[in-house]
Design a protein. Structure first.
Length: 153
């Protein structure tokens, strides 16, 4: 057996803290969301809002879910009137997903409700430290992805 470079309890504690932070963030987000929207759906709307239209396949890849799961989620979002789909111009089999004006309104009002929470975190840590933390968390995510140890989103 290969010897670990650090005490396994360090890795365990780091993973435990990430889980606790994730659960707390999830709970806060769910308290601010309209009852018709899940946190995962909010994340999809957020991505579409800031990055523009995406294919179902791109969304499934980014959110690390199957194409079928993403298709079901988009169908629910479409039924709620917060996204619309259209065939991709160069590939009629691929669907483009874009946020609607109604979706933008819901996202913007929810973001307003979350703003005090975001400001409190940034005040506590500082913008520079928060940016460094984001970069470190992305590195952790990449390490887990590279070793096929999927972190639950």
């Amino acid at each position: 057996m290969k010897k670990l470079l650090t005490d396994p309890s360090v890795t365990y504690r780091a993973l435990r803290l990430m889980r606790i932070i994730s659960e707390n963030a999830q709970r806060t987000l769910e308290q601010r969301l309209p009852s018709t929207l899940t946190s995962r759906q909010f994340e999809v709307l957020n991505r579409l809002y800031f990055l523009g239209e995406q294919t179902l396949s791109e969304l499934a890849t980014v959110f690390e879910v199957s194409a079928a799961s993403m298709s079901q989620m988009v169908a629910r979002l479409r039924a709620g009137g917060v996204v619309e789909t259209a065939p991709k111009s160069n590939d009629a089999r691929a669907k483009l997903v874009r946020i609607t004006e109604k979706g933008k309104g819901i996202l913007e009002s929810t973001a307003q409700l979350l703003q005090p929470d975001f400001q409190a975190v940034e005040q506590a840590l500082g913008a520079k430290r928060l940016q460094c933390l984001l970069e470190e968390l992305e590195a952790v995510h990449d390490a887990f992805s590279a070793t096929n140890l999927a972190l639950e989103d």
